[in-house]
Design a protein. Structure first.
Length: 716
């Protein structure tokens, strides 16, 4: 479809060139016909000059037909997008693990196949992908060699042919599914179910035609000017495959023309088990074999192509002999595309529909929206990961709902509690940069205090929300790499606070400028047992959790003992930076006091006492200049003035924590050297104060002037 414009009532037209093909719609601003928005299979484009130039499409409008995840750590999210081929990205695609320091390279690649198909990531070899597209195309990609082999089940190109004329009918998005029990077994389907155990070198047909195959529905599509025979119209096909998670012999199938089958002997015999009250020609969009019990399955069906937009959702517990319709709470117009059961909590269901996503906590007895901040968008794919919920939308790209532990623990009773603290998900060093503390408040609280304790019960960090919150926390500023912590929620209902796994940072002083150092950012906590304690509404709740070790680090020979060694040195670095900074604070506070006292000295004694004061101020100023670069006024000044001791020690923390591992030998060596230098300066400061401050205070006392405090408030 092309766009044309005319300025003379249609006598002549000019073709408008747009960034992407397959155009669908055009909006023209009522008051300015040069301002237009044009939509297509690639997204949408804006023009302000009547189509002479258009905006790009660098935003999340991908039309994904489904969503799939891999066994990478962190997992990758994959899908086939209309007109834009297949795509895989990291679930932590900010290339830093949610603030993990940029350890992961950007990940974006195509796993093969084409614009419309399923993707099956090998559950053992993360380099291998099977992916499909229209016409029955099926490819095997090995990313380690970049070899993309076509392993199509029946490689007879069907373009332009009607369904009734095809030997094998492959749907536009025909399913490709690994056995969850045997990773060597891969299933795919036309109107027949096929299986391969040798990577697509050969395929075995293990079923008869499992569709309705009504000839009246299989004729030529389109017309009268042109036919639509590209493959999307191919009908009477198996639309979904659901192998059992418990028995390799049990396999479910559902067709796009409304038929459900199950085999319990690996395809030797099949039983038709379509729900009796499911209207004819409903598309069986997806069947989910329960991860908890063989014979239990869920079905999402729709009939919008017949003008019926009602939801058709069913469950069975007896291999399809009987089905129960489960649509209570679903809008009458919002038809489903996909249903999944949580692998950890039985009966926790997720339903993707034409307008969003729903959740059921009671095995489908009732549904409620899980839309949160999700736009109104068709959800075509759902994957329940170890911790997350991942969806693929047809028009808004991928979304990940992080850490669904709350959903797995939620019960109606907890809403009657003043305070309920959910069990946190155990974080892993090397993978996670934070742990989420989720809590429910029965009413808004004046104050909420969150504390993290070590295994001995000592408080490591404390955060306060509400009327007694420190200004930075009350405003919710920062929270990342050394900045102030995020806001502690006090509102009624659900609240979430994320601890960055870091302990207290070093002492700092106003106006401090550092290069390649973040002294406010404390050491990363080592593996071990911890406790979170939340106090609110005259209640206290605690939960224990464990910081573990990423299995990838274990595979590299890194141990928990290594990370304890890292924590020990990082803590020593923090403490030494605090000592250096407190020395600067102390020197500046003493200087301010001296200057104040000198204004009170009688004129006749001022020169004499000023000389005594200089005997103190000049040597401590020299010490300050050795400890901190006092000429710094901007973040770029360290390029002009060399960094000094506190900065050098603080920068060493970035070396020690550059990866999750034991510190290098040279890190210990440099720390020892820098620490020794600091000791010498601190000893000199102590000696100077002992002699010169005592002398100055004696002179001030003779004039009945208050002495200069050695450790004023903020100086120790």
């Amino acid at each position: 479809v092309q766009f044309h414009k005319s300025t003379d009532g249609g006598k002549t037209t000019t073709t408008l060139r747009v960034p992407h093909g397959d155009n669908h719609d055009l909006w023209i601003a009522p008051g300015d016909n040069r301002r237009m928005v044009q939509s297509n299979d690639g997204g949408a484009n804006v023009t302000f000059n009547g189509g002479e130039t258009w905006s790009g499409q660098g935003y999340a409008t991908g039309q994904f037909y489904n969503v799939f995840t891999t066994k990478h750590v962190p997992y990758h999210v994959c899908g086939a997008q209309q007109d834009n081929s297949t795509a895989c990205i990291s679930s932590q695609s900010d290339s830093g693990g949610g603030g993990g320091g940029g350890r992961l390279p950007p990940i974006f690649y195509s796993p093969g196949g084409g614009e419309s198909g399923y993707i099956a990531a090998d559950p053992v070899n993360t380099d291998v992908f099977f992916a499909g597209s229209y016409g029955g195309l099926l490819t095997r990609l090995d990313r380690s060699t970049d070899q993309r082999r076509v392993v199509t089940i029946y490689p007879d190109n069907p373009m332009g042919h009607s369904s009734i004329d095809l030997t094998e009918r492959f749907q536009w998005t025909f399913p490709i599914v690994y056995s969850p029990i045997d990773p060597k077994v891969l299933y795919a389907s036309s109107q027949h179910l096929f299986r391969t155990t040798n990577g697509g070198q050969s395929w075995q047909k293990i079923s008869p035609d499992l569709t309705r195959a009504d000839p009246s529905t299989m004729q030529a599509s389109g017309g009268p000017i042109t036919k639509d025979q590209t493959g999307v119209e191919t009908y009477a096909t198996i639309f979904t495959i659901a192998p059992s998670r418990q028995d390799i012999g049990t396999i479910w199938t559902g067709s796009d023309d409304g038929v459900v089958h199950v085999t319990r002997d690996g395809g030797k015999s099949w039983e038709k088990v379509t729900p009796v009250d499911l209207p004819d020609f409903a598309r069986i969009s997806l069947i989910e074999a329960s991860p908890h019990q063989n014979g239990v399955a869920y079905l999402a069906g729709n009939r919008y192509q017949s003008g019926d937009r009602q939801p058709y959702v069913y469950k069975t517990a007896d291999f399809g002999k009987s089905w129960q319709k489960i649509v209570n709470g679903l809008p009458a117009h919002d038809f489903p595309r996909v249903i999944r059961e949580d692998p950890k909590r039985r009966g926790l269901l997720f339903l993707g529909t034409e307008h969003g996503i729903y959740v059921s906590f009671n095995d489908g007895a009732s549904w409620q929206t899980l839309g949160l901040n999700l736009p109104d968008t068709p959800v075509h794919g759902v994957v329940v990961e170890e911790r997350d919920l991942v969806i693929g939308t047809h028009g808004r790209g991928f979304y990940v709902l992080d850490d669904i532990g709350v959903l797995r623990q939620a019960t109606p009773e907890l809403t009657n509690e003043p305070l309920h603290l959910f069990q946190p998900t155990d974080p892993l060093r090397g993978f996670d940069s934070s742990v989420a503390f989720d809590y429910f408040l029965g009413r808004e609280a004046e104050d909420v205090r969150i504390e993290v304790l070590d295994s001995q019960g000592a408080v490591l960090r404390s955060f306060v929300g509400g009327k007694n919150a420190p200004p930075a926390q009350a405003e919710g500023r920062g929270g990342g790499r050394g900045g102030p912590p995020p806001r502690v929620g006090v509102r009624r209902g659900m609240n979430r606070f994320s601890w960055d796994l870091r302990q207290e940072g070093a002492a700092v002083f106003p106006g401090m400028i550092m290069w390649a150092a973040q002294p406010q950012r404390g050491p990363a906590s080592p593996p071990g047992r911890y406790t979170v304690r939340i106090a609110a509404l005259d209640r206290t709740a605690t939960r224990q959790f464990t910081i573990g070790l990423d299995p990838r680090l274990k595979a590299q020979g890194i141990t928990e003992a290594d990370l304890h060694e890292q924590f020990k040195l990082s803590s020593q670095i923090r403490d030494r930076v605090s000592e250096a900074n407190r020395a600067v604070i102390q020197i500046r506070a003493i200087r301010d006091q001296v200057n104040d006292r000198m204004t009170k000295v009688p004129e006749r004694r001022r020169a004499e006492i000023q000389a005594i004061a200089d005997g103190l101020l000049k040597p401590i100023a020299a010490i300050e200049e050795e400890v901190y670069q006092v000429r710094n006024r901007s973040g770029q000044d360290p390029l002009n003035y060399p960094i000094m001791l506190n900065n050098k020690i603080a920068a060493l923390a970035g070396v020690v924590e550059s990866a999750d591992s034991k510190p290098t030998d040279q890190s210990y060596e440099v720390f020892k050297e820098l620490s020794g230098q600091l000791d010498r300066h601190l000893q000199k400061l102590d000696a100077t104060l002992q002699a010169e401050l005592t002398r100055l205070n004696a002179a001030l006392q003779r004039e009945k002037i208050a002495p200069v405090e050695r450790n004023p408030k903020g100086g120790s």
